[in-house]
Design a protein around this ligand. Sequence first.
Ligand code: FAD
Ligand code: UDP
Length: 373
Amino acid sequence: MKYNYLIVGAGFTGAVIAREIAEKCNQPVLVIDRRNHISGNAFDHNDNSGILIHEYGPHIFHTNAPQVWNFLSKFTEWIPYEHRVLGQVDKKLIPIPFNFTSIETLFSTKEATIIKKHLLEEHGNNVKVPILNLMESKNRFVKELADYIYKNVFYNYTKKMWDLEPQELDPQVLSRVPIQIGYDDRYFNDKHQAMPKEGYTKMFQQILNHPNIEVKLSTQFKDVSNPNEFKKIIYTGPIDEFFDYRHGELPYRSIQFEFITHDTEYKQKVGTMNFPGFEFKHTRMTEFKHLTFQKNPKTTLCREYPEAYNSKKNLPYYPIPTQENKVLLQKYRAEAEKIKERIAFVGRLADYQYFNMDQAVARGLQFFQKEIL
Ligand code: FAD
Ligand code: UDP
């Protein structure tokens, strides 16, 4: 078959665009991925104990975008799931995002009552405040609390995760986990919070299951012998790699995932435990059965050890949102602009943006509407 479109990458971005082209334009699409599976970083599969695990770290779906929810719901049923996280701070387990229960766990009743009163006066109930904003408070009690949270919940975790000072990162990074003025202990507060009933990979199989779509795995873009024969190429891999790093490497963070299976039904109380302290090398530990509600006499957990990205050793998981990297990104965007008639750069790695899954879907849908249809 002759394909009009080549899509490089079978993650969310690539799969969504492929499906839209196949269905709405009735055009043949070839999707390639250098890994030996579809689903990109959302790939899941059963481990040796039959427990559904996420190969590239825990993926929890949440969105406020109706178009994203409606699109994916054509390909999967859902299990409602609200993610909850406990963090180990001062040898105690506290809810993260840091909330009123966290205050009551860490401080005496008298202190907690005063702090909560001041927080409510300053912000109102059931409000989420980024830590960096809370630290600017003129109220002595609020400021002291904010400094405590910054030191004990954010600083060391962020150093471990990014190997940077928090101020070097775009403030949006720390704002992802705001302080909760109130008792809400959910990690996300989006309208839709759910996991695909049979897992991400089954959902991807459905998205890509269309007569106009062919998928070739274990295939690098560099292995494609006839790139000029495609009407358009949509590239979802790292943008700097595409241009052979001609302006220098865009840095990424990588992670080592350690999977541990226990001969017991459950090991922790909630989906994820965060470990902000330097006494632990890992940042968090997730027990998959909390996310999937699977029944199994055993349980598998995943520890995450952040590390520098090295193209020979590991994979580029996180673009690093700093000012310096934005400047370098602009150089690659300028290169991309010159060839935009033939090649489009879309997705977490090609846009070099810290997209959640729903943002990757939204980006794919929007790209199709604006650039293809
Ligand atoms: P990817 O999933 O990275 O897919 C890109 C694909 O392109 C890959 O399969 C890659 O192999 C392929 N590729 C790249 N270059 C080439 C090439 N040259 N030739 C051939 N193939 C190529 N989001 C959430 O919403 N909730 C979460 O809980 C969550 N947890 C996460 C945890 C971790 C540890 C990580 C790393 C990410 C998490 N995310 C989460 C983000 C989520 O993984 C991304 O939003 C999503 O995977 C982005 O999809 P994508 O298609 O843009 O990129
Ligand atoms: N963060 C932190 N302590 C925590 C949780 C998060 O310092 O207990 C910071 C850290 O910098 C992290 C960022 O907030 O990288 C975003 O956290 P999130 O859980 O959203 O990260 P992701 O799931 O994308 O890895």
